[in-house]
Design a protein around this ligand. Structure first.
Ligand code: BDP
Length: 687
């Protein structure tokens, strides 16, 4: 081998193949030179800002940067401005976000434009579905970083604090400023003195990073822990109980953010238990927060077992309440009308309510997208939602604009993501799932970013060549760009569509196996289980056809959308094919745009999804020289699993639906490798 080739090989190996376990997330970079920081004020937040600049500086050696706290009419609360050699902001957290933005730009090679940077949303929050015993509902990355079981469960250790600090830093680095510390299916315990003391300890660590703490609360807390006879929101004693509780919380955590409430939903208690409305419940709590500036995030995730169309219900229940909520209530709405599915049209509540603040809720933890086993980058899914046009005030009224205050004034604006982190060393279970945490933060800051840009940044920061412990960011060579960045970005960006293809193409939804929501279970419908918790309710397959008729002739869910969407979704000729079986029940031989029958198209879609995952495996194997061993193997092994699972999805769904379509699986498609009965019985066993 020539000396130059050997040298290049040596460089490649010495640069990027040190052991990495993923714990450093996208914050691996080290400074390459000295930076002088001028800052007139001192405070914990500003100290962090200065230290971050010193730790991560990659600009000119010995440069000087001034941090200036000065408001400007054009600056929003957390916004900042880059002037020449200066970061200006009206708040300390604004300075911190400016520092992270500057460092990111240096690390990714993006120019630092001298202009104002404002966040899209005022409150950018993670929702942790963490329980007091340390388990996490729909968590796939180990136990809670906040709560644990056992005798010393309330003792705050240095290890706890270190981890909370790393967590806070990661969030602040992408602009997140809120954390709901416990599950929406809330335990009333959370409001007890003991737990509030631990919240206080957490809040102290998060505070310098600009992050406020919030809690999920159980609506029946007054009767459960307050020993009152009722939790009726109009009862004077109940009102007093919440007022006192909120006051107590602020005496312990003076910058407390507020409550998140899941009420009258999936068996959770709520105002409807007392024949009161959601507005009665939310306003009662909002009034308690008024003197302290806190807010109530009230979830619109409600549906009853008897309705013929679950997708219609949040709208039906909340629309009549438009204008009835206090201005410190924000209605938290899941991106789709059903439930965090691989693909849904946006929830028709976006763009419908005009006198109520609405906030989007995304799910970062991949409950319905392969959990911590499948590589699915969710940026494209959230981008699809945020950029969907609601037509609220004519064309261009995107979900993003209709929630960030651009279209109509909202006292508060917010966005939430259900977190995917736990005690796993790499935080997210799957190295690639870190991209979803990152992407959520970036979109919460700027809801017009493209997922392509976010993926590009994340890959550079997470896998870019950096040698720890030494100064020296090595930049991005053409070789690295061509052989790592480009193929990996392509793979990541395709991954969500691949998941839709091998799980639920063409508008299929909720055909999961029961409860665990991981594998396929289109057959699952035992007697006694409520219909809307079984897949046949959603796919409605029979020998004549398949799909959910939500047209005017069906449940008329289409009418919940503004025109021209209502007509577009209603009409087969204009309904986007990605939503075909969401809005229509169609015969198996219906001709789709490819010229194939619906049945054939379904089969080809599953096949395509599986092949996409096989290609991901090839792509990943090829980049081995550019990734450290630990992360390479973690991802390689996950991809194998994903591929086996995609095969299960394909075989399960094609063989199951074939019983109704009574048509052959097109002959140029790979034959199934599993027996349907085996898949059904193994799924039953797993449950
Ligand atoms: C469903 C989850 C369930 C959550 C619920 C919610 O399966 O665990 O409690 O959403 O968002 O998708 O409240």
């Amino acid at each position: 081998m020539k000396t130059t080739a050997l040298f290049v090989l040596f460089m490649v190996f010495s640069i990027s193949l040190f052991a990495e376990n993923g714990h450093d997330l996208w914050l691996r970079s080290k400074s390459t030179g000295k930076i002088n920081v001028i800052c007139k004020k001192t405070s914990p937040t500003l100290t962090i800002a200065i230290q971050e600049l010193q730790k991560g500086w990659q600009g000119k050696d010995n440069a000087t940067i001034t941090l200036t706290l000065k408001s400007d009419k054009a600056l929003k609360k957390d916004g900042f401005k880059f002037n020449k050699d200066e970061i200006q902001a009206g708040t300390e957290s604004g300075i911190l976000y400016g520092v992270y933005e500057l460092l990111r730009r240096q690390q990714t090679g993006e120019p630092v434009e001298e202009k104002i940077y404002n966040p899209s949303y005022e409150i950018r929050t993670l929702n942790h579905w963490d329980n007091p015993d340390g388990s996490i509902e729909r968590g796939y990355a180990g136990k809670s970083i906040f709560w644990r079981n056992g005798d010393n469960s309330m003792t705050v250790t240095d290890k706890d604090k270190d981890l909370w600090q790393e967590y806070a830093r990661a969030n602040a680095s992408v602009g997140l400023n809120g954390a709901v510390l416990n599950n929406v299916n809330a335990s009333p315990l959370m409001l007890s003195k003991e737990y509030l003391e631990r919240v206080k300890a957490i809040a102290e660590v998060l505070r310098p990073y600009g992050i406020k703490t919030f809690l999920s609360v159980k609506f029946s807390s007054p009767s459960q822990i307050g020993k009152l006879k009722t939790s009726d929101p109009l009862d004077p004693e109940v009102i007093k109980w919440w007022n006192d509780k909120v006051k107590e919380i602020y005496s312990i955590i003076p910058d407390f953010g507020g409550f998140l409430v899941k009420a009258s939903s999936e068996g959770q208690p709520g105002p409807q238990d007392y024949e009161r409305s959601h507005a009665d419940g939310a306003n009662m709590m909002a009034d308690a927060f008024k003197p302290f500036g806190g807010i109530v995030m009230w979830r619109a995730f409600v549906y009853s077992p008897n309705d013929k169309d679950r997708a219609r219900q949040a709208y039906t229940e909340f629309m009549p309440l438009d204008g009835k909520f206090r201005d410190n209530v924000i209605i938290q709405v899941k991106n789709g009308p059903v439930d965090f599915q691989p693909r849904e049209p946006f929830s028709p509540l976006f763009g419908a309510m005009k006198k109520t603040s609405l906030m989007p809720e995304f799910q970062i933890t991949q409950e319905y997208l392969g959990q911590a086993i499948h590589m699915v980058f969710l940026g494209p899914m959230w981008e699809e939602c945020l950029k969907s046009d609601t037509y609220q005030e004519g064309p261009g009224s995107t979900v993003g604009r209709s929630t960030d205050g651009s279209i109509y004034p909202q006292k508060h604006t917010a966005i939430a993501g259900v977190s995917n982190i736990g005690l796993d060393t790499n935080w997210c279970g799957h190295q690639m799932a870190q991209a979803n945490w990152y992407a959520f933060g970036r979109l919460a800051w700027n809801n017009t970013l493209t997922s392509e840009k976010i993926a590009d940044e994340w890959i550079k920061l997470t896998f870019g060549p950096v040698k720890p412990g030494q100064t020296g960011s090595l930049g991005f060579s053409n070789d690295w760009t061509e052989h790592f960045l480009v193929p990996v970005k392509k793979m990541i960006l395709e991954s969500r569509e691949a998941a839709v293809n091998y799980m639920m193409p063409l508008g299929f939804h909720h055909i999961f196996s029961a409860n665990n929501h991981y594998g396929p279970g289109p057959w699952y419908a035992p007697k006694g289980v409520r219909a809307d918790w079984t897949p046949p309710y959603y796919h409605k397959a029979d020998t004549l056809g398949v799909g959910f008729d939500r047209t005017h002739a069906g449940t008329d869910a289409v009418s919940q959308y503004h025109e021209p969407l209502a007509s577009q979704f209603n009409d087969l000729k204009t309904c986007p094919e990605i939503y075909l079986l969401w809005f229509h029940h169609l015969p198996w031989d219906y001709k789709v745009s490819s010229g194939r029958t619906l049945w054939d198209e379904i089969c080809y879609s599953y096949e395509k999804g599986l092949n996409q995952v096989r290609d991901f495996q090839k792509t990943w194997d090829k980049v081995e020289p550019y990734v450290d061993k630990e992360r390479f193997e973690n991802i390689r092994s996950k991809l194998k699993n994903q591929c086996r699972n995609a095969q299960v999805w394909k075989d399960a769904c094609t063989l199951y639906f074939q019983q109704f379509s009574r048509r052959p699986i097109p002959y140029d498609i790979e034959r199934p490798v599993y027996e349907l009965n085996d898949l059904i019985s193994s799924e039953v066993k797993r449950r």
